[in-house]
Design a protein around this ligand. Sequence first.
Ligand code: DAT
Ligand code: MG
Length: 149
Amino acid sequence: MERTFVMVKPDGVQRGLIGKILQRIEEKGFKIAAMKMTLMPVEKAKEHYAEHVGKKFYQDLVDFITSGPSVSLVVEGRGAISAMRKLNGATNPADAAPGTLRGDFGIETGRNVVHGSDSAASAAREIALHFSDAEIASYKRIDEAWLYE
Ligand code: DAT
Ligand code: MG
C-alpha cells in the first residue's frame, strides 16, 4: 500500500491541533504506519527542505520547522500521497479550500500547519530521512474490508 510522509508542523503542535489532524487522517481511512514527536535537528530540516535551498523563504522555513516539536508520520493507504496533499490543501492557507487542514486551520503560508510529500520519489526520500524501517509498522486495520472494494 502507498505510503507518504506527513508532519504536524510546530505551529500545529503549539496550537493544540495534533489530535484534530490525526483524527482527519484516521477518519479518511488512512492508516498511521509510524508516528513520533521530535524537535527536528537543523541538519535534518535542511535535508528535508533541500529543494528550497536558495529561495528567499528558505532560512525562515528551516528556523520555523526547528523552532519547536513537530509530529512526524508515515501515512498509508491507496493513493495516500495525492490524497494527503488534497487533505492538507493549498500551500497558502488563504488559497486552501475550506474542509482542508490548511483551509480550516491556517492563515499564512509560513504557518501552514502540515506537510505532505508531493510525489512518490519525495515520499520515499522523506520517509527514509525521518524513520528507520524498524519504526514503521505493517498491520491491517480491521475496517479495510469496508474501505477498499
Ligand atoms: P508544500 O508544503 O505545499 O509542499 P512547498 O514545498 O512549495 O509547499 O514549500 C514548503 C514550505 O515552505 C511551505 O509549506 C511553506 C513554505 N513556503 C513555501 N513558499 C513560501 C513563500 N513564498 N513564502 C514563505 N514560505 C513559503
Ligand atoms: Mg513541498
